[in-house]
Design a protein around this ligand. Structure first.
Ligand code: AMP
Ligand code: GLY
Length: 424
């Protein structure tokens, strides 16, 4: 079986790694992939945002199944184009991808289907939005409607910040068209939880819940990033809480997808805030979370190829989603200057010396040169360890992180510490 993975980051490295462990021994290909992924999969050149070109490449290489990693190709309609040409696809079509590519669309979906979420209003007119920012209770949250690679959300504690956020997004054009429309919403409090729901158009299944650490610095300080670490499962998200999430959030969401006519095949990432009033949806992503996926996949016992293929072909009901006991934790090693101006081209040492079989290092932003590995992006490496419990997974992951080095390397020392109640 020929399986193509679309993407090139740490999440896609983890997807390729897990698929490569399938007893069915698929031939893996990746477009465009990374130097690190080349050890697991054959690289194809091409632009994931050009659906016609990807379809052509798939036809030439007899691809049976495509697994789409990032949101941008999904928003560009890649899943529809591939499905239309008879290829099995893990990833929703363009219409359902709007749940991520338009926050206004996602909020409207949540409201129509009675799913708990922050109170909100959508604004196309900058002067009406500025008036709202000047009047609504503080703190408040201003969100760019469109895709913003993690930079579209401003949590504003002061009037000045709120008005500046509206002006920056709607008039300053910081995020281009993505910020022309904004959502202004109530600020929620509580720890966050990432729930990854597998869907095949008929039924759904859950992966173990995870928690991301979005801020750059220890204690939830510093700017928001793509994610600096994650762990799974989440001790405070016990069976009672997960049953409540299922009842109040997931069932109405899945029923809403069906009644709105979406044949959703892939994974829906439901970002929740666990507020004193109960779980509320912060956001949807229409793809695997990054870095949550790097932490979750090592815990999956079932054959991952069976799982993604079942989602793509509508047979998820026949798959037993089994997870291993224990915990998993991912620490992100980032470049100097990340997230604003990451330094690249720094030589990485210590990558070839990992002695612990329960540790795996996924490459997010690296390049292989004749001199060895060098940094090539903001988030550089994901060090993932599994253990009997969270403390053991933590210890192994940090021991492994300490063996790796590059100039200016930064990482959080507090992944899975004190965050169970604080979030951040
Ligand atoms: P999003 O991309 O919508 O998940 O937002 C990114 C991050 O901003 C979330 O993970 C939260 O930490 C924060 N955030 C988003 N919406 C809210 C909200 N209504 N109240 C408080 N924090 C929020
Ligand atoms: N970890 C959050 C995201 O994937 O967007």
């Amino acid at each position: 079986m020929n399986v193509l993975i679309i993407g090139s980051g740490g999440r896609e490295h983890a997807l390729a790694w897990k698929l490569s462990r399938s007893p069915r021994k698929p031939k893996l290909l990746v477009l465009p992939g990374s130097d690190a992924m080349a050890a697991l999969a054959e690289r194809l050149a091409g632009d994931p945002l050009d659906p016609a070109a990807v379809v052509k490449a798939c036809k030439e290489r007899d691809i049976d199944l495509a697994v789409i990693g990032p949101e941008a190709p999904l928003a560009a309609g890649l899943a529809d184009a591939l499905r239309g040409s008879g290829i099995k696809v893990f990833g929703p079509g363009q219409a359902a991808a709007r749940l991520e590519s338009s926050k206004a669309f996602a909020k409207d979906f949540l409201k129509r289907h009675g799913v708990p979420t922050a109170a909100f209003e959508v604004y196309d007119d900058p002067s009406r939005a500025s008036d709202a920012a000047a009047e609504l209770p503080l703190p408040l949250v201003v969100k760019a409607d469109g895709l913003a690679a993690g930079k579209g959300v401003r949590v504003c504690k002061t009037r000045r910040e709120a008005i500046a956020a509206v002006q920056d997004l709607m008039l300053g054009g910081t995020l281009g068209d993505a910020g022309k429309r904004v959502v202004i919403e109530e600020c929620l409090q509580g720890p966050e939880l990432s729930v990854l729901v597998l869907l095949d158009g008929k039924t759904y299944g859950l992966l173990p819940a995870a928690r991301d650490h979005k801020r750059l610095l220890d204690g939830g300080e510093g700017p928001n990033t793509g994610g600096m670490g994650a762990y799974s499962p989440v001790p405070d998200a016990d069976a009672t809480l997960l049953a409540r999430v299922d009842r109040e959030v997931l069932r109405p969401v899945v029923a809403g997808l069906k009644s709105d006519g979406f044949d959703y095949r892939g994974v829906l990432y439901v970002g929740l805030m666990l507020t004193p009033q109960g779980p509320k949806v912060l956001e949807f992503n229409v793809r695997f979370g990054d870095p949550e996926t790097q932490a979750i996949l090592p815990l999956l016992e079932s054959d991952f190829l069976d799982v993604v293929e079942a989602c793509a072909q509508g047979t998820l009901e026949r798959v037993n989603l089994e997870t291993k006991p224990g915990s998993s934790l991912c620490v992100v090693l980032a470049s100097q200057g990340y997230p604003d101006k990451p330094a690249t081209g720094r030589r990485i040492t210590g990558l070839d010396s990992e002695p612990d079989p329960n540790v795996v290092v996924f490459h997010a932003g690296t390049r292989k040169t004749t001199e060895g590995w060098v940094t090539s992006g903001g988030r550089v490496l994901n060090v993932v360890a599994t253990g009997a419990d969270l403390a053991q997974a933590r210890e192994k992951a940090y021991a492994a992180a300490a063996r790796i080095d590059f100039e200016g390397m930064q990482y959080r020392r507090d992944v899975a510490i004190g965050v169970a109640v604080r979030g951040g």
